[in-house]
Write a protein that binds this ligand. Structure first.
Ligand SMILES: Nc1ncnc2c1ncn2[C@@H]1O[C@H](COP(=O)(O)OP(=O)(O)OP(=O)(O)O)[C@@H](O)[C@H]1O
Length: 507
């Protein structure tokens, strides 16, 4: 057996993140590990990659016991990890990035011709096409991930851990990634895939480990399990199918007229955006990420000035207003990056749950915080959204990724504003929590508020939105009513409608 993690246990204070977890990996395996947020998947991988030490348990590689004190120990034994946040030097070339780690030690980094030839050979051997001379910052996200994979292969990894690799990819890039994994497996590499996307598990993995509460619940061949069985094992209950009642729409809550933004070099330009969100509806902005959605949301939330256009929010003109003024006028915002904008990682859960409401009744009087109310509010959100946490006073950074996301979503929905802008609200979230969050968004809509949902997950857009705008290259490229459009048509518009769509998108 190539890898055997045997009875691994790890606790953080009162939290048992891994409880006697055992997994086995053979050469050429694609092993998926799934489980709800906080189940202990990342902890197990951090232990395998030398980022954390287990309290108990043993790792065997080729039947020999190994101990990893740091990632370089794991890498030296052929274990590599493709992290969610890429570790690349943006201003350097693809070739320099791929060879950097190994060659700086030997002083060979400056031999550009040799490096390019090496990377070319490597990319051909593994069928991972790249231009060795391209600058990383000019490469789309999917290609940057491919560079990360090549970097790991260049260091002779034979076990590759993918940590939620598709979260940042477009649908076509996901297809490429799945093919890449299959190729690597055929060429004898072994893969561990951590993901919440059960369809990808079924498409690519040979075996799947389900974890819950730090323990292994089941290990199955994917040919012998199903989406329903996996999700039941993950969350311990059946996930109901949701039926939405037709919307009862009222007056406009958010009206954007003629908004244009001439971007900095390297960013998207927004062209004459017109959109409307009314009471009682969920309106989606579908699109492949990187087509101007982030820029538009930054303009609407006061984080970015624009060149022309008017924005009305709940009857107030908030054109070019500050973020604080816009929030006051009735906007809540779940940002797409939970750490950069959504939370303060070093602050406590109670503090993070309060952000934006600190000056309000009942949390504050004459500038003094009522800590009892603040803590009760946080405890309430944590319970309602099932945030897996040990204490109100632990740091936000110590929550698992999905649980941090749940707390941000909870905080913004709890503000009960007339308008909520929700950007990728369920990224990194398990299916049980996703179902709950979708329910909360629908409830908000049914109460007569408006939700603007920005999502690169087509299924999320199709399931939730009463109306859908498609964004492509900085323009709103189409508008559809629920039920009058299918995924294929939306997908086509996401690639530029019938103007630019490549043939592959049609099939
Ligand atoms: N450094 C830490 N300090 C305290 N608790 C931690 C720390 N790291 C992880 N935990 C806790 O350990 C548990 C397992 O977390 P882990 O990140 O392994 O879950 P996960 O399955 O990867 O979740 P997700 O799907 O949300 O990424 C969680 O309850 C988490 O809060």
């Amino acid at each position: 057996m190539l890898l055997h993690m045997h009875q691994i246990s790890k606790s953080y204070g009162p939290v048992t993140a891994n409880d006697q977890v055992s997994i086995e990996l053979h050469q050429g395996d694609i092993l998926a590990i799934v489980g709800e947020n906080g189940a202990g998947k990342s902890t197990l991988m951090k232990i395998l990659y030398g980022l954390e030490q287990p309290d108990n348990g043993t790792i065997y590689l080729n039947d020999r016991q190994v101990v990893f004190h740091r990632p370089s120990d794991a890498m030296a034994q052929g274990i590599g990890m493709v992290q969610q946040h890429f570790m690349l030097f943006g201003s350097m070339t693809v070739a320099e990035n791929v060879v950097y780690r190994k060659e700086t030690r030997k002083g060979l980094l400056m031999d550009h011709r040799r490096n390019q030839a090496l990377v070319k050979e490597l990319s051909q051997r593994y069928h991972l096409p790249v231009d060795p001379q391209a600058v990383v910052d000019d490469c789309p996200v999917g290609l940057q991930q491919r560079i990360e994979i090549l970097k790991i292969l260049y260091q002779d990894a034979h076990i590759i851990i993918f940590d939620e690799p598709s979260a940042v990819l477009t649908p076509l890039e996901v297809e490429d990634l799945l093919k890449t994994m299959e190729q690597l497996s055929r060429l004898g590499k072994s893969i561990i895939l951590i993901t919440h996307k059960l369809r990808e598990v079924m498409a690519v993995a040979h075996r799947v480990v389900v974890m819950r509460d730090g323990r292994v619940i089941s290990v199955s061949d994917t040919s012998e399990t199903s989406l329903e069985k996996m999700s039941y094992e993950m969350v311990g209950r059946q996930i109901p199918t949701r039926h939405m009642t037709p919307p009862t729409v009222g007056t406009p809550l958010l009206e954007v007229t003629g908004l244009s933004l001439k971007g900095e070099p390297g960013t998207i330009t927004l062209h004459d955006i017109h959109l409307q969100l009314r009471q009682g509806e969920i309106v989606g902005i579908a699109g492949v990420s990187g087509n101007g959605q982030s820029e538009l949301i930054r303009c609407l939330t006061g984080l970015q000035a624009y060149d022309t256009g008017q924005v009305m929010l709940n009857g107030t003109d908030v054109t070019q207003a500050s973020a604080g003024m816009i929030r006051e006028a009735g906007l809540a915002h779940i940002p797409e990056d939970r750490y950069a904008w959504g939370s303060a990682p070093a602050a406590t859960l109670a503090e993070n749950a309060l952000v934006g409401a600190e000056g309000r009744h009942p949390f504050s009087r004459s500038g003094i915080l009522n800590l009892r109310q603040v803590n009760a509010h946080a405890a309430h959100l944590i319970q309602d959204y099932d945030v897996k946490a040990a204490s109100l006073f632990q740091q936000m950074a110590s929550l698992s990724g999905g649980n941090a996301q749940k707390l941000i979503v909870a905080r913004e929905i709890a503000r009960k504003t007339p308008v909520l802008i929700a950007c990728e609200p369920t990224r990194g979230i398990d299916i049980g929590a996703m179902e709950y969050i979708h329910g909360q968004l629908i409830e908000k809509r049914d109460q007569g508020d408006g939700v603007l949902l920005v999502s690169s997950e087509l299924s999320e857009i199709m399931d939730l939105c009463d109306r859908i705008y498609v964004m492509f290259e900085g323009r709103l490229n189409g508008e559809f009513i629920r039920g009058e459009v299918d995924e294929k048509t939306l997908g086509l518009y996401m690639l530029g409608g019938n103007r630019h769509a490549p043939q592959t998108a049609l099939g």
